[in-house]
Design a protein around this ligand. Structure first.
Ligand code: PGA
Length: 247
């Protein structure tokens, strides 16, 4: 899944979708069991959805209330209205710049699954926490709190993205060993919370400086099922290369 962050105007976003269509990327992906998605800005969601041609279209965030006095926020019914039923939650940029806590993420995740949405829940430690050897403690807190009171029936709607904050947009990607170790750990936490079947089925993505030249190493790890990609997902050529290198 490409996380476009605050990039692409509506026109640029449509252009991307048309190129993806021309190249038949969604079909190619599907035929090999690879799901492809993008998370555009709120403003482009409606148009991207119209031009998605089978691409998954996700919001980058949403509010947990259906409506109310929350200036600048976008609600789940508003996303539903434009045909979107996926949302990223808890991206580190929101945790950092908007002080979003795992408690807030939890409210959003519960609201989303109640609306039958799919969620990409992001977790990951900062550089300071990594250097202090706290990665697993941090990730554990984020998973236990973020998924609190999510039911065994709805956990199937949740995808987890492990994104070490120090690797996002820095070119310093985590080694495949770290990615596998933490993704495996996340799977064990899911097993503890929701049982073996849910743990076996849940999709866990790695994110942080994933590029066409390293995506294969990550997704060939046993517990890494895919990737959440920022910078390298913006251009359709690079998006195509990401896919081709997964096949
Ligand atoms: P990056 O971003 O691929 O540019 O490091 C990943 C993300 O923030 O999801």
């Amino acid at each position: 899944m490409g996380n476009w962050k605050m990039n692409h105007t509506i026109e640029e976003a449509i252009d991307f979708c048309e190129k993806v269509k021309e190249e038949g990327l969604v079909r190619t992906g599907k035929s090999r069991g690879v799901l492809l998605g993008v998370a555009p800005s709120f403003l482009s969601l409606q148009q991207v959805k119209r031009h998605s041609h089978g691409l998954i279209v996700a919001a980058q965030d949403c509010h947990y209330e259906d409506h109310g006095a929350y200036t600048s926020s976008v609600s789940i019914p508003m996303l539903e209205e434009v045909g979107v039923n996926w949302s990223i939650i808890g991206h580190s940029e929101r945790r950092t710049y908007d002080n979003e806590t795992s408690f807030v993420c939890n409210r959003k995740i519960k609201a989303l699954v109640e609306h039958n949405f799919h969620v990409v829940y992001c977790v990951g430690e900062t550089l300071k926490e990594y250097e202090a050897g706290l990665t697993k403690d941090i990730v554990k807190e984020q998973i236990l709190t973020g998924l609190m009171n999510v039911t065994k029936d709805t956990i199937s709607k949740v995808v987890i993205a492990y994104e070490p904050v120090w690797s996002i947009g820095t070119g310093k990607n985590a080694s495949v060993e770290i990615a596998e170790d933490i993704c495996r750990y996340i799977r064990s936490l899911i097993e503890g919370m929701f049982g073996k079947v849910a743990a076996g089925k849940i999709l866990i993505l790695y994110g942080g400086s994933v590029k066409p030249n390293n995506i294969r190493e990550y997704i060939s790890q046993e517990d890494v099922d895919g990737a959440l990609v920022g910078g390298a997902s913006l251009k359709s050529d690079s998006f195509k290369e990401l896919l081709v290198n997964c096949l």
